[in-house]
Structures are given as structure tokens and as C-alpha cells.
Design a protein around this ligand. Sequence first.
Ligand code: GLN
Length: 483
Amino acid sequence: MARSITEIRDGLTQGKYSSVEITQDYLDRIEQHNPALNCFISVTPEIALQQAGEADRAIADGNIQALTGVPLAHKDLFCTDGVRTSCGSRILDNFVAPYDATVIENFKKAGAVMLGKTNMDEFAMGSSNENSYYGNVANPWDLNRVPGGSSGGSAAVIAAGLAPGSTGTDTGGSIRQPAALCGVTGIKPTYGRVSRYGMVAFASSLDQAGPFAQSAEDCALLLQTMAGFDRRDSTSAEESVPDFSADLNHPIEGLKIGLPKEYFGDGLDSQLAATIEAAITELRKLGAEFCDISLPNANLSIPVYYVIAMAECSSNLSRFDGVRFGHRCDNPRDLEDLYKRSRGEGFGDEVKRRIMIGTYALSAGYYDAYYLKAQQLRRMIKDDYQKAFTEVDLILGPTTPEVAFAIGAKTDDPVSMYLQDIYTISLNLAGLPGISLPVGFVDSMPVGMQLIGNYFDEARLLNTAHCYQQVSDWHLQRPQAFA
Ligand code: GLN
């Protein structure tokens, strides 16, 4: 069965199969494998087959858009008109949005088909998908291990072949880290590149949506459709969107790539480091030039992130109060009781922990010591990158410090969980784009490599990843149980 979007698109336009057929194939695979993997919170077969039927009619009429008839899965944090948007939380278990997020709207306009909404850590808070109200997701490479998070469902569907493409969001690593742990390709664009309208907010100054797929080539196609200025998002960038797909084949001869020494030090698994080294050798053969660089404030990114993200989430999540939407407790005695019990029953432990820490960090007397300080350090982290990009075109490192860990291994230790994002989080603080692509295996589990670009330089990231994927086949490997 076709696994790449490009292949599916060609098959559809050449009449090899219909969208209804390919959509039904994916729905069958979902029915067969989702019970073991738990990738989906909602599967939407009626919508999928209806959209597929429309796509087939459009194809017959010669009215073919970028993704006409291509089935996709969306993280359950993008609002979808008429379909539940739970954000992996009990508090939104009954929430059906009355409108589509811009990302969803863009995919509809491009003719894509929606298979369903994927599982995720509650409100995108987590690195293992173990914080979902709907239960954890299993990693298709080893069902006893986590798929990463928070977009764990969206990464696992690609690895297991339950969808050829999916969407995720990345606030501190939630696209790149699960992409790495599941052996798929995922890109977090520059902050502002993709509209956040209708994407339920976690930390608004960090959140950014992006795609997952088998390859950079497929990600280019998806990002192209997702991206663009949107006046409904006040931080949306008025940047034109290049034709990412057309830019994939530039030779990377002479490309200057920086290796930050902070990304290759203590804490990085040595076998994983060796896998990254091997990928560097391949890129060198393609003509890329490497030099050592330093991001001296990289070690501050985890503490800075966890002050800013928690402060912003405590504010963003105040809207879930049991009054306007979502879960409401039974028989509230008064307004105070309504707020307390609705939120107390609706939110899970990690979300509560973050709301409490964030509220504390923002409270009078502590604001300067925590939030303001974190903002100042955030600027220093951004400046390190700006300096590096005067010397190099791209920055390269591992996506994660280790491969996927066992389910339950870190649930009692939030700090060790937070450290999973040590290489990804600073990009969100700086607003920079990054891509994770598979470059090998350690312990039979996939390893991800991260490429970091300058602002709005997604084309170069996709181009470089594509060139690597032309000379390697890691991205084509599939877990045997889902081959
Ligand atoms: N793992 C990080 C967190 O728990 C990042 C999550 C994300 O990018 N949404 O906040």
C-alpha cells in the first residue's frame, strides 16, 4: 500500500485508485491497529469517505488541488467544525468546535481528506503521550515504549502506516521529539509561519503547528498547504510562502553547517551520538561543510521554557471554567464551587502542576524574579542563535538525548521528562524552524537528527533533509508489525 503522499497523489491523478479506495484502506488499517496503538482519539470514517467521494468527483472534473483526495490525520487540538476537539483532556471531552482552525480550513481547500483526530498529551503538555485522558499511545517500533509527545499520536500514525501525513504542534519539541522517537520526519516552522487561529493555545508565544510524514518531500507539500498569513492570528507573519516542493533538489555543496558543542556533550547517549556522526559523514559526502560553534546559553533553555510556558498556560487555560464550554461539575453550590470542581475534575495532574507553577511565577512580588528574568534570558538564547547564523547556514544536532524510553519509566520524575526536550526547546524560545529526520537505529529504536534553520528558512531545511533522504533509506523503514 502506498505510504508516501507524493505517491498517493500521483496514483490518484493517474487513476490507479480512487480516493475512496485509498481512504478505505487507511480506515481498515486504523480499525485493525488502533486498538493496540491508541493513536486516535476520534476516527471520522463518515467524514473521510464523504470527502474522498468529493475528491474523486473533483479529480474526474480535472479540478485537482495540492492534496486532492489525500487522507490525513490531525492532532486533536486543532478545532474541527462539528467534530470533537478534546486536546487530550477530560475538560474538553464533550467539546465540539463550531468552526475550523485555519490549518484545517487550508487542508479542506487543498482537497485533503480527514481520517480522524490523534491522541496527544493533555493540552500538549508532555513528552511521552502519557498525560492523555484517553490513555497513552504505544510506539509502533516497540509497544512497550512511548512514542514521544505531545504529538505522539500524530507521529505514531505515520510510523504504523495509519495515515501518510498528519499535523502536530510544537511548543518545546512536540513535533520533532515524537518524530525522532517514531522514526518519521517532522518540521516545526518559524514562529508565525502557520496560523494559530483555532489551535487551542498552550503557550501562545511558543506554539507553532507543523506536519509529520515519511519524508521531507511529503512534509514540504503539507507545510506549503498549512502555511501563510492569516489576519485572524495577530502573530501570523506577513511572509510569502515559497514553493517548498520546487526547492527540494538544490545541491547542498558548500552549505555551511554548525555543530554546537553544547549539543554533543554530557547527557547524549554515546551510540546515538555515533549515529548522528554517521549522518554528518553522509552530508559531508554531499558537499556540506561543518564547523564547530557554541550556543553558550543553551543550558538555560529548559528552566527558561518552564517558567514562560507555565506562565502562559496558566493564563490561557483560565478560559476553561465550566461556564462557557467543556466539562461542568454536577450540582455546583455556587460560582466558586463550579470553578473549583469543574477544573479540579477536568484537568489532569500535569496540567494542574503547570497552572499552579505558572500562577505562582506571575504573582505579584515574583513576576520580576521569574517571568521577567526568564524573558531576559530568552533574549540571550535568541541572540546566541543570531550570532551563529552570521557564520553558518544551518545548525545540526541530535533531536533527543536518547531513543524512546519504556512506558512508565519517567512518569514519577517530571524533571527527567522535561529534559527530553533539551535540544528542541531553545528553538521555540528563539522562534526558529527545525526539522527532525530519521538517521538510524539504536537498540532497534529510531534515532532522529535535528537541523535548525534561520528565520523563514524552512526551504533550506527541507532541501537539506531531502538531499540526505535521497542517499539514505532510514525514513523508508517500517516496524515489522505494521509493514
Ligand atoms: N515536552 C514539552 C512540554 O511538556 C513540550 C511540549 C510541546 O512542545 N507541546 O511542555
